[in-house]
Design a protein around this ligand. Sequence first.
Ligand code: ADP
Length: 319
Amino acid sequence: MKKIAVLTSGGDAPGMNAAIRAVVRKAIYHNVQVYGVYNGYQGLIDGNIGEMELGSVGDIIHRGGTVLLSARCDEFTTDEGQWKAIKQLKRHEIDGLIVIGGDGSIRGAQQLTEKKFPCIGIPATIDNDISGTDFTIGFDTALNTIIEAIDKIRDTATSHERTYIIEVMGRDAGDLALWAGLADGAESILIPEYTEKFEDVIDRLKRGHERGKRHSIIILAEGVGSGFDYGKRIQEATNMETRVTVLGYIQRGGSPTAADRVLASRLGAKAVDSLLEGKHGRMVGLQNNVLVNHHISEALSNEMMFNTEMYTLSKELSI
Ligand code: ADP
């Protein structure tokens, strides 16, 4: 391969820039030219492509968001859209493409590979909902943002007798809620992977209240439902004052943590190596601290390993 391209797609995640940087630098290290595609698959179809140099990725390792911009693109989900994308790549004499994004974006990379255009996926989403890697790029930063916010809420919580519900992101996955709940000693963690009986949540709140707890924190994953609806039900059932905070988009921003920068750098470099070694249609990942590159279909298989041990522990520690 003489020329490769890189794009970011779908929801942005902190650490995407560190991944772009690693791809660009590792490719140049191997004497391969690198092109950046701006605006995700939409930019690919439109031919929004420019060459990147060592300096193009200077001073971005610590920045959230993505310098290549991101987009969602319905046209790309069609065969016609994908052939248009391949035409643009061929027009620029590009031999391989690295896609940084969530599961949808990586499925797009698989579609192009099936049409004989070599691609590699790099998992980047705050949701940590991809099975072929222990962690996705952005998860650690989002988790730390959540912890910082809950710590602040906890300060005010200690001054008032209230129940606090904090709704966090994660789409259909409960990892952000589970990790945040464990890291912040929440009384209850409500996640899509496990349906806890409403009465059990109420019982725990009442028991805590009876033994003198002045406040309780409940972390609710967005995949379970609306924090405001849940807060209303809790207030009605307990007669305790209840406050709801929906953390929203602050979870997607901010400077990536050291863990995310290191993960992004390792996965970016591994993606280039995989492409150059001819291992196409793969998604790079990190499992048990070993870099892997499983076939995309395998890496996205929905057998997400729900961490029962962590969930049980959170229950044991919040008695
Ligand atoms: P994420 O990558 O964060 O999961 P999306 O699921 O919205 O975000 O996917 C981002 C983009 O990837 C979509 O707008 C679309 O262009 C492309 N995409 C998603 N799913 C597929 C698919 N099954 N086949 C081809 N392209 C897809």
